[in-house]
Design a protein around this ligand. Structure first.
Ligand SMILES: [Zn+2]
Length: 595
């Protein structure tokens, strides 16, 4: 079905000419003037009746139009800066889009002020308006959140200062790490790699080579540690200062609210995971024996077990993913086919690309773009399936109003993780030999270790780092200590070698758009296990149920989403325990066949 697929994406159909595109420049000009005009209208609204319904309907239409166009522009920038880290023009454009986002946020702060001026009864009658019903949840949420902020003038100032004083640190990190290279010895020759390429080498079957790559990796990050620590301390300082002014006592307030979940749900999730650590450790102990190692190091976690030779070409990966999606949902398969054929995916393995993978969406064209570095490993195939899950999620929401499309990261990871699970399970089922079956089961269990332990160490580190940062700057040495402590706790002391500079190498700690870019992954993983159990139940009608659940991700708290579409209570251990049982369902077989 797929032959000679192009491994680079097509951005020209969106705006021709990359960072030099005159169309894109004109697009930003018109966006800028429309934001300015809304800002002007908002500033001169003195004396308006705040409860004038028709004005509100018109205003919300404008706001949604601007947010849609800003998203479109932001998506283009993400693609440009990822495909070539040396694209200076893209960096300048990125700054411009950030200014526009900040200007738009300032307008929204003025809108929030107006929202807060309304009485509860005025507000309630406004939400009765037919045109506003589809976004009533989002408007209410906005009003409740606005109540927790500083007076609008102060929020506006903080927002403007954040461009250089907060997000700028994240830019610095991207710049420093984008230029980084790591030189390793491979087959007797020195080879210079980007961090993304070096990280792929860690899945080599040769333990000595993995250890070599790991030591060069750690060394390379140690060399950049002072710069990374400065960026991390400064952006954290900005965040803490703002929280203090707002009177928010916990650094988790913002990420929990952003993810529309309660502290109770988060705590119950981690508690249930901790109760199951023994099973994860049993898996790792066995893996260590299978690999014939004296101890299991950080670099061995992703090491292949069994028939490691199995690699896939890009065409084969495409075919495999589409076939597996088709077994669960024809609509998912159709979307993935479109993504491969219409060049939505940048997969080429070359230097100069940003690390990691992502999916971003272009609301004007109702299409998505996926960024990965594909070298044919099983992990690469999983990442590809993951990002296609994001694209599918977006595709079922395209017809909703922009305000109702804003889903948070924890549920954003539901569709992506479900896609990965489908592909992983299918791989096991259709394994060509017992050795391959073992390798694939190992890969699934390894994913559980990543999401339940590796992500937990990031969460523990970040929580503790922010506590210490409240008292002052945290040194490189202390960051290393905090990181190793967090790793020991999360991995239940089961590793022989830890990764002290993980706080420097993991770009998620530097993301100023989404604080605590970690626990939502774990949530999404286990939540999607619950959804997957529904798909496997054979009750029928899964595609419709799944689509409806995804469509509500932008307009429900997660506890309500789970209750109404899955009939479960996220604040109780039962759900989490059964989700963990689902993701560890192959553990017994693994222990038996490796006896
Ligand atoms: Zn994702």
């Amino acid at each position: 079905m797929f032959k000679d697929l192009n491994e680079t994406w097509d951005l020209d159909v969106i705006f021709p000419g990359g960072s030099g595109s005159s169309e894109f420049s004109a697009y930003l000009d018109s966006l800028e003037s429309d934001i300015a005009s809304l800002s002007g209208e908002q500033a001169s609204r003195e004396g308006d009746a705040a409860g004038d319904v028709s004005k509100w309907v018109a205003k919300l239409e404008k706001i949604q139009d601007l947010s849609r166009r800003l998203r479109h522009a932001g998506a283009f920038i993400s693609c440009l800066t990822a495909q070539d880290v040396n694209d200076k023009g893209a960096r300048i454009l990125s700054g411009r889009v950030r200014q526009l986002q900040a200007a738009f946020n300032s307008v929204m702060t003025m809108v929030d002020k107006e929202i807060l001026e309304m009485s509860d009864s005025e507000w309630a009658s406004l939400l009765e308006e037919e045109n506003l019903k589809p976004v009533a949840f989002n408007l209410n949420e906005r009003r409740e959140r606005a109540k927790l902020l500083l007076p609008p003038e102060q929020e506006t100032l903080a927002n403007e200062l954040s461009v250089d004083g907060y997000h700028g640190w994240s830019d610095l990190y991207d710049l420093v790490t984008g230029k980084m290279t790591i030189t390793i010895e491979e087959k007797g020759k020195p080879v210079t790699l980007s961090p993304g390429q070096a990280s792929n080498r860690m899945s080599s079957p040769d333990p000595a080579f993995r250890a070599h790559v790991m030591s060069r990796w750690e060394q390379a990050w140690a060399e950049q540690a002072e710069l990374c620590a400065l960026a991390l301390n400064r952006l954290a300082g900005f965040r803490l200062a703002l929280y203090k002014k707002r009177g928010w006592s916990s650094v988790l307030d913002e990420p929990l609210e952003y993810n529309r979940m309660s502290r109770k749900t988060l705590d119950v999730m981690w508690d249930t995971i901790n109760e199951n650590k023994g099973r994860l450790v049993a898996y790792m102990r066995r893996k260590q024996k299978v690999l014939g190692l004296e101890s299991l190091g950080w670099q061995d976690l992703g090491a292949p077990v069994g028939n490691a030779a199995s690699k896939m070409s890009y065409d084969e990966a495409a075919e495999f993913i589409v076939d597996q999606f088709a077994r669960v949902s024809p609509a998912m398969a159709a979307l993935a086919t479109r993504a491969f054929k219409e060049r939505w995916i940048e997969a080429e393995d070359r230097p100069g690309k940003r690390m990691g993978g992502f999916c971003t969406s272009f609301p004007e064209s109702k299409t998505s773009r996926i960024f990965v570095t594909f070298s044919g490993t099983l992990g690469n195939v999983a990442t590809l399936a993951h990002e296609l899950g994001h694209a599918f999620h977006q595709s079922v929401m395209n017809d909703l109003p922009p305000l109702a499309q804003q889903y948070a990261m924890n549920v954003a990871e539901t569709a992506s993780t479900l896609s990965e699970m489908i592909v992983a399970d299918a791989s096991v089922k259709y394994a060509k030999s017992p050795a391959e079956r073992l390798m694939l089961i190992d890969d699934k269990l390894n994913r559980a270790v990543s999401l339940l332990m590796n992500i937990q160490c990031r969460f523990l580190f970040e929580t503790r780092f922010y506590e210490e940062r409240k008292k002052g700057m945290v040194s490189v040495q202390r960051l290393n200590e905090l990181m190793v402590e967090a790793q020991k706790e999360a991995f239940a002391d089961s590793l022989g070698l830890y990764h002290p500079h993980f706080w420097a190498s993991k770009l998620h700690f530097y993301n100023t758009r989404v604080p605590f870019y970690n626990f939502p992954y774990t949530f999404g993983f286990l939540f999607s296990a619950g959804v997957y159990a529904e798909a496997l139940s054979g009750r029928g009608g899964f595609e419709d149920k799944y689509r409806n659940l995804l469509r509500d991700t932008g307009r429900m708290r997660v506890e309500d989403l789970a209750a109404s579409h899955l009939g479960v209570d996220l604040t109780k251990k039962d759900f989490w325990q059964s989700a963990i049982d689902t993701v560890l369902s192959d553990l017994d077989e693994y222990l038996r066949i490796t006896e």
